[in-house]
Design a protein around this ligand. Sequence first.
Ligand SMILES: CC(C)(COP(=O)(O)OP(=O)(O)OC[C@H]1O[C@@H](n2cnc3c(N)ncnc32)[C@H](O)[C@@H]1OP(=O)(O)O)[C@@H](O)C(=O)NCCC(=O)NCCS
Length: 228
Amino acid sequence: MGFELLPATKEDFKFFIPPLFKAMGLAHFVATLWPDNQTEQGQQRAIERFMAEMDGHPGIRWIKAVDTTATEADGSPKIVGVAQWAVFEASKTYREVPYYAPDDIWPNELEKDYAIHLWESYIQPRRKVLREDTLPVANLQILCVWPEYRKRGAGGQLVDWGNRMADELNAVCVVEASGMGQPLYEKFGYEVQELVGLKDDARFNHRMDGTIHRFMMRARQVAAQSSQ
Ligand SMILES: CC(C)(COP(=O)(O)OP(=O)(O)OC[C@H]1O[C@@H](n2cnc3c(N)ncnc32)[C@H](O)[C@@H]1OP(=O)(O)O)[C@@H](O)C(=O)NCCC(=O)NCCS
């Protein structure tokens, strides 16, 4: 039996942010960008950040996969995983991705600079796609299923949901894939475009050896059909 997919609302953040940070993996990336992610204050900050992001970007869509046989504390169906899709359409107002860096979450300026450097390295291919006027673009920004619910199809359902939405908009889909995510995305029509590592910076090169993510893309389906 599959899971049910529903839009996640602001009310759901308190339920899914703690398990999301616990289950997301990508340890170096998450610990660098969200150094306070395991504290109550850090998780509250994350909730506020995600809410502000939703208010500023009409294309953000959080989707939850739920197990209808169990419940959260308020009686709503139990969340087993979430996806955050972002649709970038013709509006110029939210095409660039600003970096969010409050002053007081890193121990010093160097650590803050490294977090910005890692983010700037991470985001390069997405920026390029958004700048090259290939809109609309649907970007799967976050995907996570809680470990005890994995390998039962929830991840695939959340990817498929976004693919269908993208096809209705005739959008290109992009994702910054983890090693765990890559096979799932391949199954759903995505291809690796490039392996993305840290940009060269002598201060930081020793901190990460290898791939931050695999930038993957799924072509516009209407364009693909019409060219056959
Ligand atoms: C990547 C991730 C989201 C996948 O979630 P998931 O719910 O396990 O995904 P699915 O169940 O749809 O697919 C995973 C595998 O289970 C298999 N599967 C799906 N339903 C199944 C079922 N009922 N019985 C057995 N296997 C099943 C799929 O075929 C797939 O197999 P594969 O690994 O051989 O390709 C999850 O592992 C995760 O949250 N990882 C950590 C965070 C992360 O890396 N996210 C991606 C960031 S880009």
